[in-house]
Structure formats: structure tokens, C-alpha cells
Design a binder for this molecule. Structure first.
Ligand code: BGC
Length: 542
């Protein structure tokens, strides 16, 4: 969910008097089965949320460093200046990951074969099952302090050391190139709204490919591309007078456009090609951030509204790559009509040329999905004078009051939504390979006995299993967000998503496994759900 959607949904939820409800939430029975062999198990973090060391060893400032240095912006004046201090304590992170694959399961089967009066003993070792990947992001201003130009060797060395430590632990890096921490130097030149950003990104991506490409099997481009613009404006709004204040609301589509820019020195569409040149591995150049939207009633208009919400959030980036090679037709229609009524001489949604469509289509190896929650959606025409991404959709979304909450107002626990989403993505985008690149739950306590998170993981992961085994969706991996409690953007340190608790009051910032870490490790060892796993084994009937 993009930031503005998060806040807007929350405001709507708080203000809604006539809520449409889906009905009382009922736990679903679990499916006891295993994931396909070779299923990728991973956990994730992002640079700004964990690294700290914001101004040491030559690192340049990012937009989040600038943003959080202003008082009153983030809850309790929190910043990412120290965070989990992973720049120094990365080995602790690797150790935490290692403990997610503690005691790897070695299946030993004794088979007695009787041949006449001879007895042979055959021993099969079926190998180990363990967390195989760690998804982390590279801080662009740590390796290129000005975004382009001079390379910062200590920054490069930091990621090399991290990758080497992962290698020793037998954990594969899954690297995100951009998780929102744009170099401030580039923001000062217009950031994602400057068309040159495609070239800047190209330079940065090339540096990463040459420096780290050989050791990285999964290369991920931009996490949640729909977040770029909101963060631009959030940052800009904090420093008025801003040249960008109108730009976000009017040009949200334009600021994401450089990601599709197929100029001769294009960046994201060719990420895959570039990446494969270096390592012949898999890449997905945008991690889709997408909720599931239920219709708020059985009215056709509300079903259409829910479909619109999915297309605006997910189809915006998935359809050009895995669908028709173009933006979803409903986006083209809505934004085109609204732009005309608002007096624009062309649609605010940029248009792909035939050549661009060809380049963009199939420019990724798999579909990466960041998913947390579901909403209910009803049709509601917006005021035509309100020019925004939200208003273009003519709907409003809210939460069913019966859904369990979490530590984040925008995150309601709706495991059944994930299965619906996976089936929808398969049907709309030609049955792509999919990896869940983020999924997780917050609380505000950070307690070690985190039964809420266990509940969340149990039912969400089980819905992924159902999507694979019952619906035949091609999901090949799952990533738990987050490895440890960290800097949760505007919520500071109040909303905790970690499998590991971080004691922020201690200078050593110790990481301690929560119950959910042990629970997840068990699912990973079993590569699924077995009936005699104590946490799974309680009766739920329909
Ligand atoms: C972001 C994370 C964030 C999480 C919870 C995700 O979409 O990628 O950085 O911590 O949401 O808000």
C-alpha cells in the first residue's frame, strides 16, 4: 500500500459511519501439506531501516536522512541514524538468519530390502531444508554518495563483506537496488520527476552488477514503485516552499514513468538483461506492493470498484510487464476521461509507444509481491476538482471491523485475501512465476511471546500453500518481513515487524528471537505444515 493510501485508508476507516461489513471473521482450517521442493524461504530488511551509520565512511545523505532530521516529522523524533546499526553489526543479522535454519532437518530413512536370504540396508539422506535467502537492499548514497559519479569504496566493501558473511552461512543474497532512500543530491535535481533518473539509475545498477552481480542470484529493482512519488512529496512537503507540491498530485504517473523509459540508455526495462549479463540469474525489476480488495457489497458497481482498486495498485506495474505491455485499460479510461474534464490537453497517464510496449513486456523473470492486508471497497465518484491518484479511481476502501488488527492502523489480518490475490494475479497476468517478497505483521510491544505474529504467519503462509496446492498458482518463494524490529519509516520505532526483537536501549542492539522466529523456522524445516507440529495442531472446524 503506498503511503498516502495507507493514511487515507486509515482516515476513511476512522471517519466511516456506515460501514459495509463482510461478516464475522472465521479462522480457516489449515492445509497440512508441504511446499514444492526447492521452495525459496527468505526474510527481509531494507538499508535505511536497519543500517544506521548514516554519515560515516563517505556515505552521502538520502532523502530520508534529510527528512528525518527535521523536528516533528517522524513519531517521537525518531531517525534512521543508528537504527539496528547493521553497518557495524551485520554479523548479528547473519547469525539471526542462521538461527532461522538451526538444526537443519536431515531425513534418514532405513529401507530394508529382502533379496532371498540376503538383507541389504539402504540409507537415504534426503538432505537439508533451510532458510535459503536474505533479502536486503543496497543504499544508493552509501555506494554513490552523490547518486552518480564518485564511488564510495567503504560502502562497496560493506556490501561485499555482508555478502561474504552470508556465503559462509550458506544463505543466498536477494538484493533490492532501491528501497526508497534516494540520494539527496539526486532529489535536489528533481529526483524521480527528472527524466534523467533513468540514466542515474542505470549508472547505479551497473555499479551494483559489476561489484556484486557474480554473487547474487536474485536481483530486485525498485521496491514498491508506487511509493516513489508519495515519498517525494512527503519529503518535499516537509520543506516548503517546495517546487514539487503540486507535482505529486498531478504527476504521480509521470514520476513512475522513468521506470519504463526505454530511451537508448534505459534502466529498469533492461535491468534483467544487464543483470543476466553479469550473473545469469533471475530478476524482477519492481516489487509490486499490493493489497487484496473485496467488494464492499454484492452490487456490480462495488465489484467493479474492487477490480479497479486492484488494477490501479497492481496492474499499474504488472500489466505492462506481464500483461498486454500497456497500462490496464481501466486506468487509461479513467485517467483519460478525468484529465479531459479537468482541462488537461492530454491524459495525465503517459502513453506507451508500440516499441516501448515490446521492450517492457516480459522484462522480468518473476513477479515479486509485497503483501500485507486486505480492504473492502465500494464505488464512490470523486470530486472532479480533486486531482489525485486516489480520486482517479472513484472509490473508497475501508476495513471490516471484525478483522483482527495489528500494531499498524493500516494492517488488518486477512490471510484469506492473499490466496485471492495470488489467484487474481495468475489469471490476469498469464500465470507468472511469483515470489512473495514481503509479508509480515506488526505489533507495538515487540514482545518475545508474539502469538499474534505466529497467527499471522501461520495463516498467511498456509494460504500461500493452498494457492499452490489447491489452485495451482506458481509461487516459488516466500519472504517474511522483517528479520528484526527496525526503523518503520514515519512510525519510527513504534510499529515492530521483527521476527527478532532489537533492544534499542542497549548500545549493542542485541537481536533476540521471538516465538514467531522459532515458529517460522519450524515451518521452514518442515517445508510446510504437519499435523503434529504443536502450534499447528489445534482443531478449527468450519
Ligand atoms: C515496505 C517496508 C515497510 C513495510 C511495513 C513495506 O511495503 O517495503 O519498508 O517496513 O511495508 O510498513
Amino acid at each position: 500500500m503506498n503511503v498516502s493510501t495507507k493514511w487515507i485508508s486509515w482516515l476513511l476507516m476512522m471517519s466511516l459511519s456506515n460501514r459495509v461489513t463482510l461478516g464475522i471473521y472465521v479462522d480457516e482450517p489449515l492445509l497440512y501439506d508441504t511446499f514444492p521442493p526447492g521452495f525459496v524461504w527468505s526474510s527481509a530488511t531494507s538499508a535505511h531501516q536497519i543500517e544506521g551509520a548514516w554519515n560515516v565512511d563517505g556515505k552521502g545523505p538520502s532523502i530520508w536522512d534529510t527528512y528525518t532530521s527535521q523536528p516533528g516529522i517522524v513519531a517521537e523524533g525518531a531517525t534512521g541514524q543508528t537504527a539496528c546499526n547493521s553497518y557495524y553489526f551485520y554479523q548479528k543479522d547473519v547469525d539471526a538468519l542462521k538461527s532461522l535454519n538451526a538444526e537443519p532437518l536431515v531425513v534418514v530413512a532405513f529401507v530394508v530390502v529382502l533379496i532371498y536370504d540376503d538383507v541389504s540396508l539402504v540409507v537415504y539422506c534426503a538432505g537439508t531444508i533451510q532458510v535459503s535467502h536474505y533479502r536486503f537492499s543496497i543504499s544508493w548514497p552509501r555506494v554513490l554518495p552523490n547518486g552518480i559519479g564518485q564511488v564510495n569504496q567503504p560502502g562497496v566493501d560493506y556490501y561485499k563483506n555482508l555478502i561474504a558473511a552470508l556465503k559462509v552461512a550458506n544463505i543466498q543474497p536477494m538484493v533490492t537496488l532501491y528501497h526508497w532512500d534516494l540520494p539527496q543530491a539526486l532529489e535536489d535535481m528533481g529526483g524521480w520527476l527528472n527524466a534523467s533518473v533513468a540514466d542515474w539509475f542505470e549508472e547505479y545498477a551497473r555499479l551494483c552488477f559489476t561489484q556484486f552481480g557474480d554473487d547474487v542470484r536474485y536481483g530486485l529493482g525498485v521496491s514498491a514503485p508506487d511509493f516513489l512519488s508519495p515519498f517525494n512529496i512527503v519529503v518535499a512537503a516537509a520543506a516548503p516552499p517546495s517546487p514539487y507540491s503540486q507535482i505529486w498530485t498531478w504527476n504521480v504517473y509521470l514520476s513512475s514513468w522513468p521506470q519504463f523509459d526505454p530511451s537508448p540508455r534505459q534502466s529498469l526495462p533492461t535491468l534483467r538483461i544487464n543483470f543476466q549479463t553479469y550473473s545469469t540469474r533471475k530478476s524482477w525489476n519492481r516489487l509490486l506492493n499490493i493489497n487484496w480488495f473485496f467488494p464492499g457489497s454484492d452490487q456490480i458497481a462495488d465489484a467493479d470498484a474492487a477490480e479497479r482498486a486492484l488494477q490501479f495498485m497492481g496492474g499499474w506495474f504488472a500489466n505492462p510487464i506481464f500483461g498486454s505491455g500497456d497500462y490496464p485499460s481501466i486506468m487509461k479510461l479513467k485517467i483519460g476521461e478525468k484529465s479531459a474534464q479537468q482541462g488537461f490537453n492530454q491524459s495525465r497517464l503517459p502513453e506507451f509507444t508500440a516499441e516501448q510496449k515490446l521492450l517492457v513486456k516480459s522484462s522480468a523473470d518473476f513477479l515479486g509481491i509485497n503483501h500485507y492486508t486486505s480492504l473492502l471497497t465500494v464505488n464512490r465518484p470523486s470530486d472532479i476538482n480533486d486531482i489525485s491518484y486516489e480520486s482517479d479511481q472513484d472509490l473508497y476502501s475501508y476495513y471490516d471491523p471484525s478483522w483482527y488488527g495489528s500494531g499498524s492502523p493500516w494492517l488488518k489480518i486477512t490471510p484469506f485475501g492473499l490466496r485471492n490475490l495470488l489467484v487474481w494475479l495468475r489469471d490476469k497476468f498469464n500465470d507468472p512465476e511469483m515470489i512473495i517478497t514481503e509479508n509480515g505483521c506488526s505489533d507495538t510491544a515487540g514482545n518475545l511471546d508474539d502469538m499474534l505474529r505466529i497467527y499471522y504467519y501461520k495463516h498467511y503462509i498456509n494460504n500461500v500453500l493452498k494457492a499452490i496446492k489447491i489452485d495451482g498458482v506458481n509461487v516459488t518463494g516466500y519472504t517474511a518481513w522483517a528479520l528484526m524490529d527496525n526503523f518503520e519509516w514515519r512510525a519510527g520505532y513504534n510499529e515492530k515487524f521483527g521476527l527478532f526483537n532489537v533492544d534499542f536501549s542497549s548500545p549493542d542492539l542485541p537481536r533476540t528471537a521471538k516465538a514467531s522466529a522459532r515458529y517460522l523456522a519450524q515451518i521452514i524445516r518442515d517445508n510446510g505444515f504437519r499435523t503434529n507440529q504443536p502450534c499447528n495442531n489445534y482443531p478449527i472446524s468450519k
